[in-house]
Design a protein around this ligand. Structure first.
Ligand SMILES: Nc1ncnc2c1ncn2[C@@H]1O[C@H](COP(=O)(O)OP(=O)(O)O)[C@@H](O)[C@H]1O
Ligand SMILES: [Mg+2]
Length: 323
């Protein structure tokens, strides 16, 4: 199979995941001509035949679709082999970049349940190396996962309210599961707080933001969507895009955006924080300078000062997606 075939297969998986809650067969039929399914079925069979994987001894409770099952075996089979987990019970959520699965813990973990964040195959599109596709051993950008894992380790050790990380594999991270057997913790954006609790949790969120800064970290995608709420406590999640204040010229803007989004949620819960002032106070209390961004239209290419400002700034334009 060539790269395009693999991409088609992974697209199928992504589509399956995305439509899980509103499967509409007619719509799907409209999107793909009938030949497409025949083709995909044949390609599927060939593909699965090629997967002779020792982790196949791992059978789990969660009734995964075929490619999802393969992807799970590929991504978290080693967690099973190394006895971090004994079962996959269900999918908690299919997120933007990753799906999170509730797993039963193995002996090495104290709590009975644990969460596996498994990156979606969509990210494979960025793969540069054809050979990796051909062997069917699809590595995501391992550095990216390692960065999220190490950030979690460091912040957990520093005492931040983050899930404890246990293990990582090339596509997946194993960490504390927030919730109970029946329900995963909701994200904070879906929760309405009473006034006393809103104040406590706002203070706690700010405490965490401050603690991250003390450890030279900015979350970078902080909002009520990346805070879990469980039994009166918050947990910060989702760390692949963390940035460091000293090394990123757009750091102040990213930090300001994080603080602003958190303030937006708490504003709706009756706390009326001044986001900009709060961000500026936190930022400067850690010795950072507020670097105002210059609009590229007003920079003068003839001036050395403007050119060096743009050199610093353009990193942001090239490497960050502002949503
Ligand atoms: N440790 C966890 N315990 C329980 N649920 C989790 C955990 N981590 C993530 N989730 C759930 O999975 C979703 C996606 O995880 P997240 O890390 O935010 O990835 P994404 O990049 O896909 O947003 C979250 O919104 C949350 O509902
Ligand atoms: Mg998220």
């Amino acid at each position: 199979m060539n790269t395009d075939d693999y991409i088609n297969l992974f697209d199928e998986l992504d589509d399956n995941e995305q439509t899980e809650n509103f499967i509409n067969k007619d719509k799907r039929r409209q999107r793909f001509p009938p030949r497409h399914f025949k083709y995909v079925r044949a390609a599927n069979a060939e593909f699965l035949k090629g997967q002779d994987d020792s982790s196949k001894s791992f059978r789990f409770t969660y009734p995964a679709a075929r490619f999802e099952e393969w992807w799970l075996l590929e991504s978290i089979g080693d967690f099973y082999e190394h006895k971090w987990i004994t079962d996959v019970l269900r999918r908690v959520k299919g997120g933007k970049e990753a799906s999170v699965y509730l797993c039963r813990s193995g002996a090495a973990i104290d709590s009975p349940l644990v969460a596996a964040k498994v990156y979606r195959p969509r990210s494979l599109r960025n793969l540069k190396n054809d050979g990796q596709y051909r062997t069917g051993r699809a590595d995501l950008d391992a550095d990216w996962i390692a960065y999220e894992f190490q950030t979690l380790e460091m912040l957990h050790a520093a005492g931040a309210d983050v899930p404890k990380p246990y293990a990582m594999e090339k596509n997946a991270i194993l960490m504390d599961y927030i919730g109970d057997f029946g329900n995963a913790a909701p994200t904070l954006n879906s929760v309405t707080l009473d006034p006393g609790e809103a104040r406590l949790l706002f203070d706690r969120a700010v405490w965490n933001i401050d603690l991250l800064l003390s450890n030279q970290r900015i979350h970078g995608d902080l909002s009520a969507y990346n805070l879990l709420y469980w039994e009166g406590d918050i947990t910060l999640i989702d760390f692949p895009q963390v940035v460091q204040p000293e090394t990123n010229p757009a750091a102040w803007n990213i930090f300001l955006r994080d603080v602003t989004r958190i303030c937006q949620y708490f504003n709706a819960q009756g706390i009326k924080p001044n986001a900009r002032k709060l961000a500026a106070d936190l930022w400067t209390s850690h010795g950072h300078r507020i670097i105002k961004e210059a609009d590229p239209r007003y920079l003068d290419g003839e001036k050395e000062e403007d050119r060096s400002l743009w050199e610093k700034q353009k990193v942001k334009y090239m490497s960050f997606k502002f949503t």
